[in-house]
Design a protein around this ligand. Structure first.
Ligand SMILES: Nc1nc2c(c(=O)[nH]1)N[C@H]1C(S)=C(S)[C@@H](COP(=O)(O)O)O[C@H]1N2
Ligand SMILES: [Mo]
Length: 253
C-alpha cells in the first residue's frame, strides 16, 4: 500500500469523527489555531472556506493529514491525532521509564535538563513529502536514559507513549540505542514549544518524522515491537528515510 494514498483505517477514523461532530477534526483545528472558538467558527464560514482553500493542498494525499493542514512555522506542519493536548511545563511534566528495566525512573523536566545534552543537526523529513533542512535538536540521548534504567536481558524493543493520550511509537532496542535518537528538549536553539511536542518529544533523526513522538510521557522496555499509531494504519515500522514506505531514494541526511 502506498502510504501517500491513504488507507481505509485512517479514512474510517476521519469519517467517524465527522459523523459524531458534524465537522472533520481538521476544520475545527484550523479555526482553533487562529484563535476562534467553536461558536465563532459557525459564524465565520467564509473564513473557514478561505483557510481551507489556502491550506487544502497540504491535506490532499496525506494520511496523517487529519490535522496536517496547519503551518507550524519555519516550514513545519502541525500534527496531532487529538483535537486538543494538555499543556505541560517544568511544574507538572513527568517522563517515566519502565517496563523491562531494573530501575524504573521518573524524570521531571529539570532532571532531564541537568543530564548531558547532545546536539543533532539533520533534515526533518515527513513521509508525506515536506522537509525542513538542517534542523538542530538538543536533548538527552535515549541510550543514556536506557542505561540509567538498566535494560533487562529480555527487552528487545522500546515503546513510547504521549500525554496527548493517543499517539504511540516504537523502536527496536538497537535503533533506540543509536546516537542520533534523542529525548529532545530544544529545537532550533530554543526550548521545544507546545505545538512541536514540547516540553519533551522524541527525535529519531534517521527516520521519517512520524517516529518522533511529540508530548512524550512514557518510555517502556518491551519484549516485542508494538507498532505505533500510524504504523497500525499502514506506515512502515522501520521508517528509515529514503528506504521505507515505498521509497528507495538515497537517504537525504
Ligand atoms: N503525539 C504525536 N506525535 C506526533 C504526531 C502526532 O500526531 N501526535 N505526528 C507525527 C508526524 S506524522 C509528524 S510529521 C510530526 C510533526 O511534527 P510537528 O508538528 O512538530 O511538525 O510529528 C509526529 N509525532
Ligand atoms: Mo508526518
Amino acid at each position: 500500500m502506498d502510504p501517500n494514498t491513504g488507507d481505509a483505517d485512517a479514512d474510517a477514523d476521519r469519517a467517524g469523527d465527522a459523523d459524531r461532530t458534524g465537522a472533520p477534526v481538521g476544520r475545527r483545528l484550523v479555526l482553533g489555531m487562529v484563535g476562534l472558538g467553536a461558536g465563532a467558527m459557525a459564524a465565520a464560514p467564509w473564513l473557514q472556506a478561505r483557510l481551507e482553500t489556502a491550506l487544502g493542498a497540504v491535506a490532499e494525499n496525506d494520511p496523517t493529514g487529519v490535522t496536517g493542514y496547519l503551518p507550524n512555522g519555519g516550514g513545519f506542519r502541525y500534527y496531532s491525532v487529538t483535537s486538543s493536548v494538555p499543556h505541560k511545563d517544568a511544574g507538572n511534566y513527568r517522563l517515566t521509564v519502565g517496563g523491562l528495566v531494573d530501575r524504573p525512573t521518573r524524570y521531571r523536566l529539570d532532571d532531564l535538563r541537568a543530564l548531558p545534552q547532545a546536539r543533532v543537526v539533520r533534515d526533518v523529513q515527513c513521509v508525506t513529502g515536506w522537509r525542513v533542512r538542517q534542523t538542530p535538536f538538543e536533548g538527552v540521548r535515549l541510550s543514556d536514559l536506557l542505561d540509567a534504567a538498566g535494560v533487562r536481558r529480555q527487552a528487545t524493543a522500546v515503546r513510547f507513549t504521549c500525554f496527548d493520550g493517543a499517539y504511540c511509537e516504537s523502536l527496536t532496542l538497537d535503533q533506540a540505542r543509536r546516537k542520533d535518537v534523542l529525548v529532545a528538549l530544544r529545537m532550533r536553539d530554543k526550548p521545544l514549544g507546545h505545538s512541536h511536542g514540547g516540553p519533551v518529544r522524541l527525535y529519531v533523526a534517521p527516520m521519517y518524522f512520524y517516529k518522533s513522538a511529540k508530548w512524550l510521557s512514557g518510555i517502556t522496555l518491551t519484549d516485542e515491537v508494538v507498532p505505533g499509531y500510524w504504523e497500525r494504519r499502514g506506515y512502515d515500522v522501520d521508517a528509515w528515510v529514503g528506504r521505507s514506505n515505498g521509497r528507495d531514494d538515497a537517504p537525504t541526511v
